[in-house]
Design a protein around this ligand. Structure first.
Ligand code: DAH
Length: 335
């Protein structure tokens, strides 16, 4: 009996894993285990022998159970230690946080120009992106049968509406709303129905400007345009003025700047010409003033339409316009 007990205790002691131990438990303490064997022939014993056997069995049961419990709790303790080790985390480590965003480069340049013109007494106006045919074309001296309508490939909507092809309709809204004398700029998004390449987008940004007063001259226009370009590029840029045709100005000009990407020899942005058309402008056509209820005998003015998108490309030497609306964070994080 003592041998049976000793070998059972030895098997418990030898268990290497929790699974081993469980198997040993079934063998030793289970229904067909050592204790069951010890009780097997009780019926054949005398009363005294039975008492002695009973005591032995009780002591054996206790010895086996406590050996098992000790071994089991050692395994449990090890398993817990392993889990605590692998699942531990330092709750005092600061969270990584959200990386800060930044303003889109077009917004940045727009706000700079707004600040500049505000400091010179200009009001910043906003206008609708879905415009009427009247504001986008007719009021700007571009009637329905006028060939100038073909200069701007238009997204037409129902009911005489369209996606504005330029910010110039905000000139009309400014004249209607504020009357002369008037100094206004209007930044915003414009749309053209054209195929996209490195220098053309269907959606881009312009900034319109208009000044109406008594005796406004081309000299005034040039002064404001030079002030603008010096502030933006923070250096002297080479410019040239060419005659340009826009039905809402007379005379009209194209102000070009030397391509800041290639510096002259030619690249895709300047279409190999070395010059970039940046600033169409001119003196407001008297028809336009009259259409908005302003007397051209008393008032005149200048207007300009700055390509904000193109300006950003020049400033940061971006050689493909498609980056600007790509939403690509690798691009945007640089600003
Ligand atoms: N609206 C013209 C365009 O998008 C640009 C323009 C030309 C605006 C001459 C003006 C201007 O204010 O005077 O092509």
């Amino acid at each position: 009996m003592q041998d049976l007990l000793d070998s059972a205790l030895a098997r418990i002691a030898a268990a290497q894993t929790a699974d081993d131990l469980e198997a040993v438990r079934v063998e030793v303490l289970g229904r067909k285990g050592v204790l069951a064997q010890l009780s097997k022939d009780m019926g054949k014993l005398t009363a005294d022998e039975r008492v002695a056997r009973g005591k032995f069995i009780n002591a054996a049961k206790q010895a086996l159970e406590s050996a098992y419990d000790a071994k089991k709790s050692a395994f449990d303790h090890d398993a817990l230690a392993i889990r605590l080790d692998s699942e531990w985390m330092d709750l005092t480590v600061p969270a990584p946080g959200v990386p800060p965003g930044s303003l889109h480069p077009i917004t940045q340049i727009q706000w700079e120009i707004e600040d500049l013109f505000r400091s010179m007494g200009f009001t910043v106006l906003d206008g609708p992106e879905v415009e009427t045919e009247f504001h986008n074309f007719d009021a700007l001296n571009i009637p329905a049968d006028h060939p100038a309508r073909d200069m701007q490939d238009t997204f037409w909507l129902d009911g005489g509406h369209l996606l504005r092809t330029h910010t110039s309709p905000v000139q009309v809204r400014g004249m209607e709303k504020l009357g002369p004398p008037l100094r206004m700029i209007a930044p915003g998004r414009v749309f053209r129905n054209e195929s996209v390449d490195a220098s053309h987008e269907h959606t881009f940004y312009q900034l319109e400007g208009m000044m109406i007063d008594r005796n406004v001259s081309v000299g005034n226009l040039i002064y404001f345009m030079k002030t603008l370009l010096t502030a933006i590029f923070k250096k002297e840029v080479t410019v040239r003025l060419r005659p340009g045709y826009f039905p809402f100005v007379e005379p009209g000009f194209e102000l070009d700047i030397r391509c800041l990407i290639c510096g002259g020899p030619g690249c895709p942005v300047c279409k190999q010409s070395g010059w970039v058309e940046l600033l169409p402008c001119g003196l407001v056509n008297p028809h336009v003033l009259r259409k908005s209820g302003i007397d051209p005998a008393e008032w005149n003015g200048f207007a300009f339409g700055l390509g904000l998108t193109r300006l950003v490309m020049m400033r940061y030497a971006i050689d493909d316009i498609r980056w600007l609306q790509s939403g690509d964070l690798r691009f945007l994080r640089q600003f």
